[in-house]
Design a protein around this ligand. Structure first.
Ligand SMILES: C[S@@+](CC[C@H](N)C(=O)[O-])C[C@H]1O[C@@H](n2cnc3c(N)ncnc32)[C@H](O)[C@@H]1O
Length: 554
């Protein structure tokens, strides 16, 4: 959990400015539509105003908005001396301004910019309300998980005249975060073409934010059919020296089913989409939700208190209340959690013992256990939300284990863990059960490691600045898993390979030969799926950057 007080001022106002070559590239494209008026919703110190200065063009009315007075002043000064732009920079809150101007039916021929990226929880109350009003105005489902760039883009698109252009730098998470679902739908309804240039190199390294350049043209009439979405992957930033119009005109736009839900599938090429859609229908390929159930792990409310190392168990004689538990990748590096793994964790001093007093009354507990609980009280654990709302505060609910576990987060590909020890799992992991009598836990764990499942995890999951892939239960249920009728396997072999493997590509290729082949995929289909997975995984992992110092995790 990040607290508002721990964030830097730059981060809280979303103040990362656009590099000159990026603003020039986008400004050039905007000028091709000969706009008479341009809006910039959060112009900072005027990166886009400077970009237009460097390009020869007709006079244009320009309106900039900026919330910080000293930045607005800097931008306004540049506008005052501009060769081509006439207009002003208003020092105000765009969200407040736009709600009123939308009522008045104000429009612009073009919009440029780089909206602030600020989580809803960090916004002023008034901005939270304005954000919600923008969603409501267009009958778009609203969620408090939103980020301010989303209402900025929605309002900006709404302000465009029919046929108008918008060019913005926005977070690449537009492709996959659930909270941007309303925006994705709005863009498809409103725009004839949506192009995203996806640079392989981070444009804003200091913001730890992967960004895409969004270039859209609004429909002339709402009945005009949308050509859909295109994503151009740019291996390096040399595309900034090329003609943006060429990219916009020649990109291959895709429409229809691939755009339902997330837009990650647009990262696949047409042949990859075709193979992906075909193999999905094979009888040996199942949707995870059809063959297994997913439930979150145990929510203790205070992992530091309830999850302890062997030393604490011995010190407070908690042996009778202690059971094995895991929830971190270093607790289980392979695909089997058994007594050997647990013993090794104990030796390493990992906190892999769950202390479960159940609902036993305090005075019925042994003296040593009472002593441990008193320590917890001194450390104020009972005041924590999850502990406070239960009675007694130490009675952890929903304590059960399953023979399959899965960590929420993964680096290279998600894996299931065959929980031979029936250890408990924390809420950083899921509890999984197979629903079919004929499908053993071992077989599901084994079959899960392959390129097709890994690819669907990339397409369905989410990732942020750190590049780690995260899956929530509704996303896991959509994963495609090969379940061949007959399969000869040894889970111990896979466990060894996963633990040892430095070459993840080779590991999955070997698994593919076993499980995907047995599930009916041809060698060519497997190779196409594997290459697609590899490319999308590398794209995600390029976002791995140094640890952010100012954020403290609870
Ligand atoms: C990512 S910076 C981009 C600035 C400029 N557009 C550029 O491309 O360099 C976002 C800017 O939005 C401003 N800002 C944040 N919240 C705002 C709001 N509610 N209304 C207007 N500007 C806002 C910040 O002060 C910051 O200057």
């Amino acid at each position: 959990m990040n607290f508002k007080t721990q964030e830097t001022a730059t981060k809280l106002r979303g103040g990362y400015y656009t590099p000159e070559e990026v603003s020039q590239f986008l400004a050039k494209w905007i000028l091709n539509s000969n706009p008479s008026s341009i809006l910039e919703p959060s112009c900072g110190d005027g990166a886009f105003i400077r970009a237009f200065q460097g390009l020869n063009h007709n006079a244009i009315d320009f309106l900039g908005i900026e919330i910080l007075d000293e930045e607005a002043e800097k931008a306004d000064l540049q506008l005052a001396n501009h060769n081509y732009l006439n207009g002003k920079v208003i020092n105000t809150d765009f969200l407040e301004w736009v709600v009123l101007e939308l009522e008045r039916g104000r429009t612009f021929d073009a919009v440029v910019g780089n909206p602030p990226y600020i989580r809803y929880q960090y916004l002023e109350k008034s901005d939270q309300e304005y954000s919600e009003r923008i969603f409501k105005r267009f009958q778009l489902p609203f969620t408090k998980h939103t980020n301010v760039w989303v209402p900025f883009v929605i309002a900006s698109v709404a302000m465009l005249v029919p046929g108008g252009r918008l060019a913005m730098v926005i977070p690449s998470e537009i492709l996959h975060v659930l909270h941007a679902g309303s925006l994705r739908k709005f863009l498809l309804d409103q725009c004839v073409r949506i192009l995203m240039i996806d640079p392989n190199e981070l444009l804003f390294a200091e913001a730890l934010q992967g960004t895409v350049l969004l270039m859209i043209e609004k429909k002339n009439t709402l009945t005009q059919i949308s050509e859909g979405v295109a994503i151009l992957s740019a291996p390096n930033n040399s595309f900034l020296n090329q003609n943006p119009e060429h990219f916009f005109q020649t990109a291959e736009y895709v429409a229809g089913e691939v755009l339902n839900g997330k837009w990650m599938k647009v990262l696949l090429d047409p042949q990859e989409i075709e193979v992906f859609e075909r193999v999905k229908t094979y009888p040996g390929i199942k949707k995870f939700g059809e063959i297994a159930t997913v439930d979150v792990g145990i929510v203790t409310g205070a992992n530091k208190f309830f999850l302890v190392d062997k030393g604490i168990v011995e010190k407070y004689s908690l042996q009778n209340f202690s059971t094995p538990m895991f929830g971190r990748s270093e607790h289980c590096k392979g695909v089997v959690y058994n007594n050997n793994v647990h013993q090794l964790n104990e030796e390493k001093g990992y906190p892999t013992n769950f202390i479960n007093f159940g609902k036993t009354a305090f005075n019925k507990l042994p003296k040593s256990a009472q002593k441990y609980l008193r320590l917890g009280e001194e450390l104020e654990y009972p005041t924590r939300y999850k502990c406070r709302i239960r009675s007694p505060w130490y009675a952890v609910p929903s304590v059960y284990s399953t023979t399959i576990g899965m960590l929420k987060r993964s680096h290279n590909f998600p894996r299931l863990i065959y929980n031979e020890l029936e250890a408990y799992t924390t809420d950083t992991a899921y509890r999984i059960r197979t629903m079919e009598k004929t499908l053993s836990a071992r077989k599901l764990v084994y079959s899960f490691v392959n390129s097709l499942t890994a690819l669907t995890a990339e397409l369905e999951g989410r990732h942020y600045g750190g590049g780690v892939l995260e899956l929530v239960p509704s996303e896991i249920e959509k994963l495609l898993v090969p379940i061949p009728k007959s399969l000869k396997f040894k889970i111990e072999d896979l466990d060894r390979l996963v633990k040892a493997s430095e070459d993840v590509d080779l590991l999955l290729q070997n698994q593919d030969k076993k499980v995907l082949r047995q599930a009916g995929l041809s060698g060519e289909e497997i190779s196409i799926i594997h290459d697609a997975w590899r490319r999308i995984r590398i794209r995600r992992q390029r976002l791995v950057v140094v640890v952010e110092p100012e954020i403290i995790n609870d």
